[in-house]
Design a protein around this ligand. Structure first.
Ligand SMILES: NC(=O)c1ccc[n+]([C@@H]2O[C@H](COP(=O)([O-])OP(=O)(O)OC[C@H]3O[C@@H](n4cnc5c(N)ncnc54)[C@H](OP(=O)(O)O)[C@@H]3O)[C@@H](O)[C@H]2O)c1
Length: 254
């Protein structure tokens, strides 16, 4: 698998899955553009990418609930590199809640960060991806596929992401651009660590691990490998695919 000379934009690369994917693309020869809000996080990711061989890394600090900031991201990548080959729409926010406890502010923020930003970035990126015969990987979740308790609005956003993946894949396949998603179950990142629980944290983590038939949560490395596969020529015949990585979690949905 080679991404030599490819320009890859990874959103939400200041931590977690996005950081891991940026590092892995660097290992395989890509030049990177990485976005996030946390400057220290972006600095750490840039350092790791450079250690892993990236010749160039462009940092873009942007708040994705702000339309203007999102709109500038692709322009900045193309100003620097004159092209774009791969877009990894990974940035995402999570909030707990049910129908009753979720607020309209939760709804507006999560749809802005998880869905609207993806729509804007994809629209802006598409002319460059058509030119490079590039591709997109969206980071979704199994929360978009099943009605799990606890993250009502988040789950709605991920269902929207999955339909977005299919629609863009269908529209853009004739133009030579592939679009796929990865849909993980629980992965140990800031998002899963931010879930507040009452009682014993270790017992909660063990219950969460055991909810996956394989008996553990996933790792950022496992998700990153799937992202790189879908972004590579090894998956040249794959588009519109919703790729579930879940340790068997979906098999246990009643
Ligand atoms: N962890 C899981 O169990 C899991 C499972 C399924 C799907 N996912 C999805 O995986 C993706 C990556 O999440 P992660 O698990 O790696 O968690 P993470 O470490 O918290 O990463 C989230 C990334 O998104 C960025 N982000 C969040 N809100 C943002 C905003 N308002 N504006 C701009 N950037 C923002 C964060 O940047 P800053 O920190 O710099 O703000 C960070 O780089 C998300 O789309 C998430 O829904 C995660």
């Amino acid at each position: 698998m080679s991404f030599a000379g490819k320009v890859v934009l990874v959103t939400g690369a200041s931590s977690g899955i996005g950081r891991e994917a940026a590092q892995d693309f660097a290992k395989h020869g890509a030049v990177l553009a990485i976005s996030g809000r946390d400057k220290d996080g972006l600095n750490s990711t840039e350092l790791e990418c450079r250690k892993n061989g990236a010749k160039d890394v462009l940092q873009i600090q942007a708040e994705f609930s702000n339309q203007k900031e999102v709109e500038s991201v692709v322009d900045r990548v193309v100003e620097k590199y004159n092209r774009l080959d791969i877009l990894i729409n990974n940035a995402g926010a999570w909030r707990p809640g049910s129908l009753v406890t979720s607020t309209v502010e939760d709804f507006d923020t999560l749809f802005a960060v998880n869905v609207k930003s993806m729509f804007i970035l994809t629209q802006k990126a598409m002319p460059y991806l058509v030119e490079s015969k590039g591709n997109i990987v969206n980071v979704s979740s199994i929360a978009g596929l099943h009605a799990f308790d606890g993250a009502f609005v988040y789950s709605m956003t991920k269902a929207a992401v999955d339909q977005f993946t299919k629609l863009v894949a269908r529209e853009c396949a004739p133009k030579g651009v592939r679009v796929n998603s990865v849909n993980p179950a629980s992965v140990n990142t800031n998002i899963t660590r931010s879930i507040e629980i009452e009682g014993d944290l270790d017992a909660f983590q063990e219950r969460r691990a055991q909810a996956h038939p394989i008996g553990r949560m996933g790792t950022t490395q496992e998700v990153s490998k799937a992202i790189l596969f879908l972004a590579s020529d090894d998956s040249a015949w794959t588009t519109g695919s919703i790729f579930v990585l879940d340790g068997g979690r979906c098999l246990t949905v009643k």
